[in-house]
Design a protein around this ligand. Structure first.
Ligand code: FMN
Length: 251
């Protein structure tokens, strides 16, 4: 899929929670699997496995009912959750751009035999199928999000950061903050109290990858190069209440 289509989809997508429960046809599922095989990682060298499974292979009580799901496994290495956020958001946008609904599933789990067959760690799932509700927002004002002022230290790179501002996140938590110094954007994630962190820290690290996926698509669209340096805590001014996960250089 070309970058212009990804960019356009960022500004109209939404989570779809109601599905036509009929299976998608084989050609569509093959196209989805074909796209999955070409997804770009954020951090090369982390083993991942994205499998398409059906409703029968999911423990249903914590998930939305959908005909299909993508279940994600990964090697547990530095930055792997953010890498998965970056990767799976490409699929969320691909599905939406091709007329299919999708919704990230932070609480859902696949059946035991699916998990036990993989040598990698189970990370997260994404429900998808033919939507039985509106696929897109009719207007940008329908994004319920924090203001742009809340996510950066000064007004710069706003066209890029707008794409992050409206990105999806677990419980719409929007954990990102950017500290801009010259052409470097220091990427910060919200710090949680230990109780909240039990569930949400994992989700927020995935969310950060989703935001960086949008940033990368927006940068390409605007003819800019992005260079990610993650896991290097080189930040000088991490705002109170956040931790740094690395920086992005824009050229
Ligand atoms: C990591 C992650 C986990 C999520 N888990 C769930 C979930 O378990 N159930 C659900 O209904 N939505 C889930 N969502 C969807 C968010 O609630 C949704 O993205 C957010 O409220 C913003 O709305 P939008 O996607 O329509 O823009 C999840 C989103 C992310 C990014």
């Amino acid at each position: 899929m070309d970058n212009a289509k990804f960019y356009e989809t960022i500004y109209k997508r939404k989570s779809v929670r109601k599905y036509d429960m009929n299976s998608l046809d084989d050609k569509t599922l093959d196209d989805v699997k074909g796209f999955i095989s070409k997804i770009d990682p954020l951090i090369p060298g982390i083993k991942t496995d994205l499998q398409v499974i059906s409703q029968n292979d999911v423990k249903s009580f914590m998930s939305i009912k959908a005909p299909h799901y993508v279940v994600v496994f990964s090697e547990n290495k530095e930055g792997y959750l953010t890498n998965i956020g970056f990767m799976l958001q490409q699929l969320d946008l691909y599905l939406s751009a091709n007329g299919l609904g999708a919704c990230w599933q932070g609480m859902a789990k696949p059946a035991k035999d699916i998990v036990s067959k993989s040598e990698l760690e189970f990370v997260i799932m994404l429900a998808f199928g033919k939507p039985a509700e509106n696929l897109y927002r009719s207007d940008r004002s329908e994004f319920k999000r924090n203001s742009i002022d809340a996510i950066r230290n000064k007004a710069d790179f706003d066209e890029l950061l707008e794409s992050v501002r409206i990105a999806p996140s677990a419980t719409n938590s929007q954990p990102w903050h950017f500290d801009i110094e010259g052409n470097k954007l220091y990427v910060n994630c919200i710090k949680l109290n230990p109780i909240k962190a039990l569930i949400m820290e994992k989700m927020n690290k995935i969310d950060m990858g989703i935001g960086l996926c949008h940033l990368s698509i927006a940068a390409k669209h605007l003819g800019k190069n992005v260079n990610f340096s993650l896991g290097e805590s080189s930040a000088q001014n991490v705002p109170k209440g956040y931790f740094n996960i690395g920086h992005v250089e824009i050229n």
